[in-house]
Design a protein around this ligand. Structure first.
Ligand SMILES: *Cc1c(COP(=O)(O)O)cnc(C)c1O
Length: 236
């Protein structure tokens, strides 16, 4: 459910604070700040909060549920860049094909085929990232075996309606920094390998509120941040 109980003034402050933290981390890690792009993850928050983040300068928004993205995008007619970041069931692709610019969570060949088929209605190709399972957590979605990864990458590369742009991962939920870093390093190394083989892997989507600093150190080009911008999510 979407609800609006958040203090709007805090969102502006949070956006500024997060942007400053990203900038600072980039300088420390010898990264060019403009190479790390912020996606505000607005799932579970409503249009008023989203507009507050927009007023504070955010243009990229991330959602993880198809109908929620469709409903919000339908209420907003500003220059927004919608990123879909959650597990996407093939029967729900239709809700977002006209709205999204990026899908970060291509986690099966079947999903890639469905997005390709439904993406034909658009003028612009849908930019896609392959979601990779970089840790052993059983609950996580993502491409796992070499075979799955290569088949899906090859399909996306040769598709008429998709544009392969990169890789995405979610680090394991742990306080062990080494575990988190390992997951990000393995995404970067896979990206380097695919690039050498001619795939277009310009983007690494990794890092959330609790681990974006590590992700920036390890090469993230998109960080997906929800809680640090909008506050804690209440699930009801
Ligand atoms: C919710 C979510 C985020 C943001 O998480 P926070 O910890 O609130 O920053 C990032 N990526 C994905 C895939 C998510 O589902």
């Amino acid at each position: 459910m979407i609800h609006s109980q958040f203090n709007f003034f805090m969102i502006r402050d949070n956006v500024n604070r997060v942007a400053a933290a990203i900038h600072e981390k980039c300088i420390k890690a010898n990264r060019i700040p403009k190479d790390v792009k912020l996606i505000a993850v607005s799932k579970n928050f409503g249009v008023p909060e989203i507009m507050e983040a927009y007023e504070a300068g955010i243009r990229r928004f991330g959602e993880n549920r198809a109908q929620e993205l469709r409903d919000k995008a339908g209420q907003i007619n500003k220059e927004f860049e919608w990123h879909f970041i959650g597990h996407l069931q093939t029967n729900k692709v239709k809700y977002i094909t006209e709205k999204v610019k990026y899908i970060h969570s291509i986690d099966s060949l079947k999903l890639a085929e469905t997005v390709d088929r439904l993406g034909g209605v658009r003028e612009e190709r849908i930019k896609v990232l392959l979601e990779i399972k970089t840790s052993d957590e059983a609950t996580k979605y993502g491409l796992d075996t070499e075979e799955e990864i290569y088949k899906t990458a090859e399909f996306c590369r040769s598709s008429a309606n998709l544009e392969l742009t990169g890789l995405m991962t979610i680090a394991p939920l742990t306080d062990e920094e080494a575990e988190i870093r390992k997951s990000f390093i393995s995404l970067r190394e896979l990206g380097e390998r695919l690039k050498k083989e001619g795939y277009n892997i310009a983007e690494l989507s990794m890092g959330m509120t609790s681990d974006f600093g590590i992700a920036i150190e390890e090469g993230a080009t998109y960080v997906r941040i929800g809680t640090a911008i909008f506050g804690e999510r209440n699930y009801i």
